[in-house]
Design a binder for this molecule. Structure first.
Ligand code: BES
Ligand code: ZN
Length: 457
């Protein structure tokens, strides 16, 4: 039997195993899930050993553990592929909007619903099942495979980036392989070649040193929530262009050829509106929706709070106001520099009556990967053979900061071989993974590893 046939004849087994992984609520941002994070790491290590990796271990960090595995049977003359993924997930909130429980994976038709189904446990699991298919047929993978799975991706990889720089020998490889992005459709396989970076800030504005009666003091004391709202309004114009001086200084412009290419993507405006659940698109004039959502920088308030937010009315002039603000960045914007620029601007425009504190929560670089390498050609052919149609190239608006880290620390390029779909609802209630995409993913990875064996990277 060949590995593809093995994969095709074990669908039900693979799906049941994936469900076990998805039952573990490995939410990285919430301390009460620390034990679940450990459990997910252990589960993953054991499963790596089960599918045939001779070595798989948990490597503790000051944060959540890293799972490392290697299978170097192909020998020193064969290429080495470094597979990266994350076993942590976003919080499932708001819980009441889930139609099935987030940590009780449920298949409805061709979709498997669960937090982490697509982002990223289902896509991580693809690589384990590809390895299993080689083990069961050829005995071992055709190339050397190293796996590195982290539990902090959704919180900005605070331990992972230093780990990579400290373990460059352990992680040495010829190319990295990541399944944590999406394809445009089952008949439109897609290879992502660019990702945005991120800078994430928390802002605290303090007015009076205690809450005040809004009748006694209102009108004579500046309300910090009002002040914060005005400050936020001054960071961006109504069309989404960011008005902070210097913000666009290092933005790499899209060249006309690339714009022409992006314009040819099979983008359907009506479908897009429906997927996003909005009445109209919005954003920077002069750029298409595709460009705005993947190749231009952004500024968004992720959350804002302060004062009285319980039912009913309370007349209060609050002491504090908060906001979480993120900027999606494009090459060559530097997250640390942007964070500093934005923090300085906020302090500069703050009215004298309030105090502003800004915390830099996390950030990561964007990346553009090479498209002309033999490894990229192998990926192209693997998608084409598996899906029966050639893949298209696309930029992605989300962030996978490790791609830039691998370029810098290990000097290697990444192949973004994703299998999510645009309506997977990542980070939202009712996240799902399309089960046929899961199965096709396994086949694509098998063909990719075989291809890389033949052509090199
Ligand atoms: N899988 C996503 C990245 C992604 C998002 C790919 C959208 C394709 C489409 C990843 O898990 C993620 O959410 N990353 C965070 C990174 C951040 C916390 C540094 C993101 O983009 O918000
Ligand atoms: Zn995510």
């Amino acid at each position: 039997m060949n590995p593809i046939t093995y994969a095709q004849t074990h669908h039900d087994k693979f799906l049941e195993e994936l469900k076990a992984f998805l039952r573990i609520p490995s939410v990285s941002t919430q301390p009460e899930h620390k034990a679940d994070i450990e459990r997910a790491a252990t589960w993953l290590r054991d499963e790596l050993l089960n599918v045939g990796f001779p070595k798989a271990e948990i490597m503790p960090t000051t944060g959540h553990p890293i799972v490392y595995a290697e299978w170097l049977a192909a020998g020193p003359d064969a290429p080495t592929v470094l597979v990266y993924g994350h076993y942590d997930v976003q919080p499932p909130d708001p819980l009441e909007l889930w139609r099935t429980p987030p940590f009780e994976p449920t298949a409805v038709g061709d979709d498997l619903f669960a937090r982490g189904a697509s982002d990223d446990k289902g896509q991580v699991f693809i690589h384990l099942k590809a390895a299993e298919a080689f083990k069961a047929t050829a005995g071992e993978p055709p190339v050397n495979v190293k796996c590195i799975f982290e539990g902090e991706e959704e919180i900005g990889s605070p331990s992972f980036n230093p780990f990579v720089f400290a373990h460059t020998e352990l992680l040495a490889a010829d190319v990295a392989l990541i399944s944590d992005t999406h394809i445009l459709g089952m008949d439109t396989p897609t290879i992502v070649y660019a990702l945005r970076g991120l800078a994430y800030l928390e802002v605290k504005v303090t007015g009076p040193d205690h809450d005040l009666h809004s009748g006694i003091y209102g009108g004579a004391v500046l309300n910090p929530i009002n002040a914060l709202c005005r400050m936020i309004a001054r960071m961006q114009d109504a069309d989404g262009r960011i008005t902070i001086p210097g913000f666009y200084d290092n933005v790499r412009d899209l060249d006309p050829d690339e714009r022409a290419e992006l314009a040819k993507l099979p983008f359907d405006h009506a479908t897009w509106l429906e997927e996003a659940g909005v009445k109209a698109d919005w954003g920077e004039p002069g750029y298409t929706v595709v460009e705005r959502a993947s190749a231009r920088p952004t500024l968004d308030v992720n959350g804002i709070w302060g004062g009285y937010i319980q039912p009913g009315a309370k007349t209060v002039l609050p002491s504090e106001a908060y906001a979480k603000i993120s900027m999606r960045l494009v090459p060559d914007q530097n997250p640390k520099e942007i964070a500093r620029l934005v923090a300085d601007y906020l302090k500069q425009i703050a009215p004298p009556a309030v105090t502003v504190e800004v915390r830099d929560l996390h950030g990561g670089d964007g990346a553009i990967v090479r498209r002309d390498s033999p490894a990229m050609q192998a990926a192209f052919r693997a998608y084409a053979e598996t899906f029966g149609v050639e893949p298209i190239f696309m930029r992605e608006g989300g962030s996978i900061p490790v791609v830039a880290t691998f370029q810098k620390a290990l000097g290697i390029e990444t192949i973004l071989m994703g299998f999510g779909l645009p309506d997977d609802r990542l980070h939202s209630p009712n996240e799902k993974f399309h089960i046929p995409a899961f199965y096709k993913g396994i086949e694509t990875v098998i063909r990719f590893l075989e291809g890389v064996r033949q052509t090199g990277v």
